[in-house]
Design a binder for this molecule. Structure first.
Ligand SMILES: NC(=O)c1ccc[n+]([C@@H]2O[C@H](COP(=O)([O-])OP(=O)(O)OC[C@H]3O[C@@H](n4cnc5c(N)ncnc54)[C@H](O)[C@@H]3O)[C@@H](O)[C@H]2O)c1
Ligand SMILES: O=C(O)[C@H](O)COP(=O)(O)O
Length: 480
């Protein structure tokens, strides 16, 4: 892969001479600058000279906009270096922080950036996103997207991407380890010997062969786990809100109650939603088998922790493993001593309860794969406007920008999904040759992408302004 950053950088200074669109370069800068003050940030890029564009498309994964150095990226929560490198290689200005940020600091930082990369801790609420005047895209370098107000982001023209399954295997493997660790009380034995006590015991310790695993939420993680558990001789039942084909000989049950009554180990793999909040509470612990085990590596809101403490004290459950908690801290350091949760001391005092700091997806393999996947989504969105993989926008892509066409321009128009918009947009585009166009909607937001050729430099500003003036507009981008 050629180093496109070096190919392009020198042309930045002499852009006009190289691409023959000298006047446009300055004009577009003016448009961009004035717009960056408005409530509707728009970014307009310069393409490389057309004679290079087509070649670059075949040689690199992404078409590189001309002024990549203008793109400002904020990466929080120690996003893997693979993702960081992908963006640095594009020439973007990348700021990297190891932890999340408190709301006030995040609001200050987010005002300036075009791209933000986060993991599960950074809450991007509507209140925070309202300040993100230049932001065009959010990358969740993880599976969960519950930390982002997805519908607000869409309504503000901000696309959100995640990595839907790159850490699924890591989570499933952790859960397998926990099933055995709980069955054999490994955590307690290890702690005892660390303190110097030899406590050899078989009472209450079991093989997992022949036991039943109940999986709540049979998605990417649940189904991986199902295969591994059966390979170790367990029977698997699962409960999910949608009918799903079971792996191996696993079997779907009709209700959560049925699962709880039939499983020796219950493990949760559902997303954080209003329906899954406290999904496992006092009533559900009552329905579980005497001496069974609970594992939660999904989200902290799914299990009612005081109810779990009670179930453990009464002996209803013989053990539990928690990887996720309500109110997780922004970075490494104090948690249970921080006074965030009233139940911390009670939880810590329980026998055969394994507590891990949200490490389900924290393996070298998973983090590196997530960095590559989300990094590529972000670059493709910034450079080409492609929304394939977005979790809050319709998925739209065209095969390539018309860089080999004379004066080719890509128009991206994110708009409210109301009648009559396409007619108005196409009236605006009517004087040009529309080579390709695709549009799709998702809920209240629609996304239109059109590649048009033969756009004279003097026409670009008018084209942009005309689209901006339509009442349906959420965001206009013109890439060229
Ligand atoms: N501990 C970690 O580090 C870690 C890592 C990755 C993911 N996670 C969490 O695990 C969750 C699951 O991950 P996944 O990749 O398997 O997700 P997924 O979307 O592939 O699967 C989730 C499943 O839950 C089902 N579901 C949704 N609501 C339900 C309900 N109310 N009752 C029953 N089933 C319901 C869905 O139909 C789906 O099949 C993620 O949302 C994330 O929050 C945690
Ligand atoms: O949603 C996820 O992928 C997991 O919860 C992992 O989150 P993390 O990247 O913050 O560890």
């Amino acid at each position: 892969m050629p180093s496109s950053a070096r190919d392009i950088a020198p042309r930045n200074s002499g852009a006009g001479a190289a691409d023959g669109r000298d006047g446009v370069h300055n004009l577009t800068r003016t448009v961009s600058n004035s717009l960056s003050m408005s409530t509707s940030p728009t970014m307009t890029f310069h393409s490389p000279p057309s004679s290079f564009g087509a070649r670059r498309l075949t040689e690199t994964k992404h078409l590189k906009p001309f002024n990549t150095q203008d793109i400002r990226v904020l990466l929080l929560e120690n996003v893997n270096q693979t993702g960081r490198k992908i963006m640095q290689d594009q020439g973007y200005q990348v700021e990297f922080l190891k932890s999340s940020l408190p709301e006030d600091q995040l609001i200050e930082k987010i005002k300036d950036v075009h791209v933000i990369g986060i993991r599960s801790k950074t809450k991007l609420t509507a209140n925070i996103l309202r300040h993100a005047k230049n932001l065009i895209v959010v990358g969740c370098f993880c599976i969960g997207t519950n930390q982002v107000d997805l519908s607000y982001a869409a309504s503000a023209g901000i696309a959100v991407f995640n990595s839907p399954f790159s850490n699924s295997r890591s989570v499933a493997e952790l859960v397998i380890a926990e099933i055995i660790a709980l069955a054999r009380q490994l955590g307690d034995r290890s702690n005892e010997l660390h303190r110097g006590t030899w406590h050899k015991v078989s009472a209450g310790c079991w093989e997992i062969r022949g036991k039943t695993l109940g999986i709540v939420g049979y998605g990417h993680i649940g189904s991986q786990l199902s295969v591994m558990a059966e390979a170790m001789g367990m029977s698997v039942i699962y409960y999910d809100v949608v009918p799903l084909m079971g792996m191996g000989t696993s079997r779907q049950v009709d209700s959560l109650r049925q699962l709880l009554e039939g499983a020796d180990f219950v493990t949760c793999h559902v997303p954080e939603t209003p329906e899954t909040k406290n999904m496992i509470g006092s009533e559900q612990f009552e329905q579980m088998r005497q001496g069974s085990y609970l594992i939660n590596a999904s989200r902290g809101t799914v299990v009612d922790i005081p109810a779990l403490i009670n179930a453990s004290r009464t002996g209803k459950i013989a053990g539990a493993a928690l990887d996720v908690y309500p109110n997780e801290p922004a970075g490494n350091g104090d948690y249970f001593n921080s006074g965030l949760n009233s139940w911390s001391d009670d939880l810590r005092s329980l026998k055969n309860v394994i507590l891990t700091p949200h490490i389900g997806g924290s393996t070298e393999e998973a983090q590196s794969a997530i960095g590559v996947e989300v990094g590529n989504y972000l670059v493709r969105y910034v450079n080409e406007g492609a929304t394939i993989g977005a979790v809050n926008m319709p998925e739209v892509s065209l095969r390539s920008m018309t860089m080999d066409e004379p004066n080719g321009v890509r128009v991206i128009y994110i708009h409210r999904n109301v009648p009559g918009v396409l007619r108005k947009v196409n009236e605006i585009l009517a004087d040009h040759n529309v080579d390709k166009q695709m549009t799709d909607s998702r809920g209240e937001v629609a996304y239109l992408m059109a590649d048009i050729s033969n756009v004279n430099t003097s026409e670009i500003k008018d084209l942009y302004q005309s689209l901006e003036e339509l009442s349906s507009r959420i965001r206009t981008r013109v890439l060229y």
